[in-house]
Design a protein around this ligand. Structure first.
Ligand code: PMP
Length: 396
């Protein structure tokens, strides 16, 4: 019956993490998967989330019934303020939204909805992008294409190429955009560059789908939403996926949201219904625990302040690690220009190393990066940064 089922090659990142775990070397360095590790190499809990967990344990839901298909109503209100900030009044009356199973779940529900109502559209993602973007949109039945983003020669943004490619797209093409902390390159657009992208989106009547998995890891909670603010000001429809996996350290609870900004409130009402239908036919209703935690933190001024302080400390630690690495590399290899690394932001950096260099880093030095050359900056700490810099310098 199942003889025709192919073997699954496995997810390359999860497989590499497995390999790292098996590696007996004590000085091995894990710069693979996108987890926020602290200075001690641990994936930490937020204090504010622990407070919320204690509250949740003391205040269980009145009855353990299903949540609505589109999630916990208070949560949906709390998280939209975070995603849209000052631009919320510009979109609120024409907004459809649903709680989601992390950012991936938001992308999947959005992709399924789009495929149903834009069956002839194709999807364009940046080259490169988070690998699962390809899989999720292909899985929803879309043809997935790429627009230029990273220039491997210069190791910086190919902005001219990006604009030229976006300028060629047909109407209603779905364009996946990273509003901040681009995964995998760490290369973000400036406000002026976003203005130009948004102008093309409007001129060509494209359908942008923003994927925001790292709000606050770049420059700040508000600063990281500038693309969304600019898009909201145009009055044009767009989609936004939001994830709380990293920014609340709630990876396994699967907490996120999907927003569809429509042209009018009447349209938004229909889209809201179709979001519910999409959820109903996938997994029926979402879990409540993670959403209750996020809602509790965002519903309390004191806990929100604590969360912002904790988030800021993470952002600053990653920034400091990246700068220190670049300084150390500058001392070890003054003949090589590593300034491109210093200009990148967020959890990831694109080293530009070839697959051969990545293999040498792993085999000779026990420094693990993913094959594309992406490094998780949060894996650096004061105990492994010297060894990492030496290994990088050696393979250059
Ligand atoms: N989008 C991007 C760009 C990501 O990097 C990630 C997480 N790796 C996600 C979405 C998915 O987030 P989640 O774990 O919340 O599903």
């Amino acid at each position: 019956m199942f003889e025709h089922v192919d073997a699954y090659a496995g997810d390359p990142i999860f497989s590499l993490v497995e390999q790292f775990m098996q590696d007996p070397r004590e000085d091995k360095v894990n710069l693979t998967i996108g987890f926020y590790f602290d200075e001690d190499g641990k994936v930490p809990d937020f204090n504010c989330v622990n407070t919320a967990k204690a509250w949740a344990a003391a205040n269980p839901p009145a009855s353990p019934v299903y949540l609505p298909m589109d999630g916990l109503p208070d949560y949906r209100v709390a998280v939209k303020s975070l995603a849209f900030g000052d631009a919320l009044p510009l979109v609120d009356s024409r907004l459809a939204s649903t709680q989601s199973l992390g950012g991936s779940g938001a992308l999947k529900v959005g992709a399924d909805l789009l495929k149903r109502y834009f069956p002839d559209s194709e999807v364009w993602v940046s080259n490169p992008t988070w690998e699962n973007h390809h899989s999720i949109f292909k899985g929803a039945g879309f043809k997935v294409n790429t627009y230029r983003y990273y220039n491997p020669e210069t190791k910086v943004l190919d902005f001219e190429g990006m604009l030229a490619d976006l300028n060629q797209l047909p109407e209603q093409a779905v364009v996946l955009l990273h509003p901040c902390c681009h995964n995998p390159t760490g290369i973000d657009l400036t406000t002026e560059q976003w203005q130009q992208v948004v102008a093309i989106v409007v001129k060509r009547n494209l359908l942008p789908f923003f994927d925001m998995a790292y709000q606050g890891f770049g420059f700040g909670l508000t600063e990281d939403t500038k693309a969304i603010q600019l898009m909201a000001e145009t009055g044009q429809p767009f989609l936004l996926a939001q994830s709380f996996s990293k920014i609340f350290s709630l990876y396994s609870e699967r907490v996120g949201a999907l927003y569809v900004v429509c042209e009018s409130s009447a349209t938004a009402e229909n889209v809201q219904g179709q979001l519910k239908f999409t959820v109903r036919t996938n997994y029926s209703t979402p879990p409540s625990f993670g959403a209750r935690l996020v809602n509790h933190v965002l519903g309390s001024e004191a806990l929100t302040n604590e969360w912002q302080t904790e988030l800021e400390a993470m952002r600053e630690r990653m920034h400091s690690m990246r700068q220190q690495l670049v300084e150390k590399l500058g001392e070890l290899r003054p003949d090589v220009d590593f300034s491109y690394l210093a200009a990148q932001v967020g959890m990831f950096s694109y080293t530009g190393f070839s697959p051969e260099q990545i293999k040498r880093l792993k085999d000779e030095f026990g420094v693990y990066l993913i094959a594309s050359g992406r490094m998780c900056v949060a894996g650096l700490n004061s105990r492994n940064i010297d060894a990492t810099a030496k290994a990088f310098a050696a393979v250059c």
